[in-house]
Design a protein around this ligand. Structure first.
Ligand SMILES: Nc1ncnc2c1ncn2[C@@H]1O[C@H](COP(=O)(O)OP(=O)(O)OP(=O)(O)O)[C@@H](O)[C@H]1O
Length: 480
C-alpha cells in the first residue's frame, strides 16, 4: 500500500497546488525536486499519510468490488485449521450438497454461480453446520467471501420473526451498500427476509424497533442502534459478521466500536470475520472478535516475471520519454497498453499528448470518484480505449487480459525514494491465469531512476535489457 498512498499524497498535493494557483498547476521547485527524488513533503506529516492509507484501503476495496464480475483464479490450496481437529472436515463441491432452502439455491443459480469457490467449499459447510461454528477467513478480494457469508446469513434467519437476527458490519457506507446489494440479489427469491441499513443518514424515529431480519451497517451507527437508540436488541442476534477486518482496523475507532458491539451479543451467537490480508494486527483483532475460531486461509496467487520480457529506454526528460513511446508505437502493434506515471500531472499531460497523436486514451486519476474509476476501467476492459494512462492509486487489482504491454513511464518508488519492488511486480507480473507472454518497458530519465532500475533488476535477479528506441529494427525484434 505504501506506493499507493504515496501516489495519492502526490495527487492531493497537486490538487492543493491547483486550487491555490487557479487552474494552472504550478509545480514548485520544491515539489519537482521531491518528485525527482521520489520523496514528498507530505510524508513529514505522519497523520496525513495515515489518513491517506485509510481512505486508500477502503477506496481500493470498493473499486475491486465494482470492477470484479467473477471469481479470481487461484490455484493455491486452502488451509483449514479446525477448532476441533478431531471433528470431520467437510467440504462441498456443489451447492446442492449444502441442502439450502430452495429459494436460496434459486438465488445462487440466478447469480450465475455453478459451484462453490475454493474458499466456499470449506467455509460454507462450517458456517451452515449445527451447532453454528465460528470462523475467521482470509483470502484476497474476489475469492467469494462476501457471497459465502451472505448465504450463511440468509440461511440462518427465521423470516417468521420480525426482528434483527443477523448483523453485519462493514468499514464504510459504500462497502456496506455493496454487501447489501449481494444480500438483495441472493435473497431475490426469498422476499420474506428483509434488510435494513444502519448507516449514516438513515435516521429512525425514537423508540422504534427494527423489524428487518438482517442489518448491515458501519460500526458507529450499528453501535448506536444497539446501545444508545435501542433500535436493535443485540441479545437476539444469531449471526455476527465482521467484513473487511483489515480495512476496518485501519480506521480510527472502528476496532473499539466493533469490539463493543461484539460484547453485547449472546455467547452462542455465531461470529464470522473476513479479511483480504492477514497482518499481525488483523489477527490480534480477529481473535478478540471471534472466540474459538475455525480458520480458513487461501494464499494469494504468486505473480511472476518469468514470462515477461523487460526492457529499459534511456531518455533525458519526459518529452524524450514521450518520443520514445511514439517510436515504439510506430514500430510494433500494441493491442492494449497500460502506462504508469508517478504523478497525476504527468499522467494528464501524457494522456493529452497521446490523444493528440491519435491514440484512444483512457486516464485514471486520483481525483476521480471510485465509481468513475470503475467506469473507466470497464471501458478499457471492453477495448473501447487502447491505452490506459494511470498513476498507481487506481491501478491495483486491474487484471486486463488483453494488456500485452506495460510501460513504466516513471519507475515505482516508495515514499523514501527506494524501489518499490512489490508494485513493480504487481504492475507487470502475471499470475497463472494471465500466463501469456508480456512486454514491460521502463523509461529511465536520470541517474536516480537508473539506480532504481538496477536495484529492481537485482532484486528479481532478472535481466532488464537496454532498448534503443531510435532503432526501428531493434524495436521490431522485441515484439517477436
Ligand atoms: N461460487 C461462485 N461462482 C461464481 N462466481 C462467484 C461465486 N462466488 C462469488 N462469485 C462472484 O465472484 C466475485 C467475487 O466474489 P465475492 O465478492 O464474494 O468475493 P470477495 O472475496 O468477497 O471479494 P470482495 O471483497 O472484493 O467482494 C463476485 O462477482 C461474485 O458474484
Amino acid at each position: 500500500m505504501a506506493t499507493d498512498s504515496w501516489a495519492l499524497a502526490v495527487d492531493e498535493q497537486e490538487a492543493a497546488a491547483q486550487s491555490i494557483g487557479g487552474l494552472n498547476i504550478n509545480e514548485t521547485e520544491e515539489n519537482s525536486k521531491a518528485q525527482e527524488n521520489g520523496t514528498n513533503k507530505t510524508e513529514e506529516n505522519g497523520d496525513k499519510a495515515d489518513d491517506d492509507d485509510r481512505e486508500d484501503r477502503a477506496a481500493q476495496s470498493l473499486l475491486n468490488k465494482l470492477i470484479r464480475n467473477n471469481l479470481v483464479n487461484n490455484t493455491n490450496q486452502v488451509e483449514v485449521l479446525q477448532r476441533d481437529p478431531n471433528s470431520p472436515l467437510y467440504s462441498v463441491k456443489s451447492f446442492e450438497e449444502l441442502r439450502l432452502k430452495p429459494q436460496l439455491l434459486q438465488g445462487v443459480y440466478a447469480m450465475g454461480f455453478n459451484r462453490p469457490s475454493k474458499i466456499q467449499e470449506n467455509a460454507l459447510p462450517m458456517m451452515l453446520a449445527e451447532p453454528p461454528q465460528n470462523l475467521i477467513a482470509q483470502s484476497q478480494s474476489g475469492t467469494g467471501k462476501t457471497a459465502a457469508f451472505v448465504l450463511a446469513m440468509l440461511s440462518h434467519v427465521d423470516p417468521t420473526h420480525s426482528w434483527p437476527q443477523c448483523l453485519c458490519v462493514s468499514p464504510t457506507y459504500e462497502l456496506a451498500l455493496q454487501t447489501g446489494k449481494v444480500i438483495e440479489q441472493m435473497g431475490k427469491f426469498y422476499p420474506e427476509v428483509k434488510l435494513a441499513y444502519a448507516i449514516r443518514g438513515n435516521k429512525l424515529e425514537k423508540g422504534m424497533k427494527i423489524q428487518e431480519q438482517i442489518v448491515i451497517g458501519t460500526p458507529g451507527t450499528v453501535l448506536d442502534w444497539c446501545l444508545k437508540l435501542r433500535f436493535i436488541d443485540p441479545k437476539k442476534i444469531k449471526v455476527f459478521v465482521l467484513d473487511e477486518a483489515d480495512v476496518m482496523i485501519a480506521t480510527q475507532g472502528h476496532q473499539d466500536q466493533s469490539i463493543r458491539i461484539q460484547r453485547m451479543l449472546p455467547k452462542d451467537c455465531q461470529m464470522l470475520l473476513f479479511s483480504a490480508t492477514f497482518e499481525d494486527s488483523v489477527w490480534k483483532f480477529a481473535e478478540r472478535i471471534v472466540p474459538d475460531p475455525n480458520v480458513i486461509k487461501l494464499k494469494r496467487e504468486e505473480e511472476t516475471l518469468d514470462t515477461i520480457k523487460q526492457y529499459y529506454v534511456l531518455c533525458n526528460n519526459k518529452e524524450e520519454k514521450f518520443m520514445a513511446l511514439c517510436n515504439i508505437y510506430g514500430a510494433i502493434t500494441i493491442a492494449q497498453a497500460m502506462i504508469f506515471c508517478h504523478t497525476r500531472k504527468t499522467a494528464g499531460w501524457l494522456a493529452g499528448e497521446l490523444s493528440r497523436e491519435g491514440h484512444q486514451v483512457a486516464l485514471l486519476s486520483g481525483e476521480m470518484a471510485v465509481e468513475q474509476r470503475a467506469a473507466v476501467i470497464d471501458r478499457f476492459r471492453d477495448g473501447k480505449e487502447k491505452v490506459l494512462v494511470t498513476t498507481n492509486v487506481c491501478a491495483r487489482g486491474i487484471d486486463v487480459e488483453q494488456v500485452s504491454v506495460v510501460i513504466n513511464f516513471d519507475l515505482p518508488v516508495d515514499k523514501d525514494g527506494n524501489p518499490d519492488n512489490e508494485t513493480y511486480l504487481h504492475r507487470i507480473g502475471r499470475t497463472g491465469r494471465f500466463g501469456k507472454r508480456g512486454l514491460a518497458i521502463n523509461m529511465v530519465d536520470s541517474r536516480f531512476s537508473m539506480n532504481v532500475l538496477n536495484r529492481i533488476q537485482d532484486h528479481f535477479n532478472k535481466k532488464i535489457e537496454k532498448l534503443d528506441t531510435d532503432d526501428l529494427d531493434e524495436i521490431e525484434k522485441i515484439a517477436n
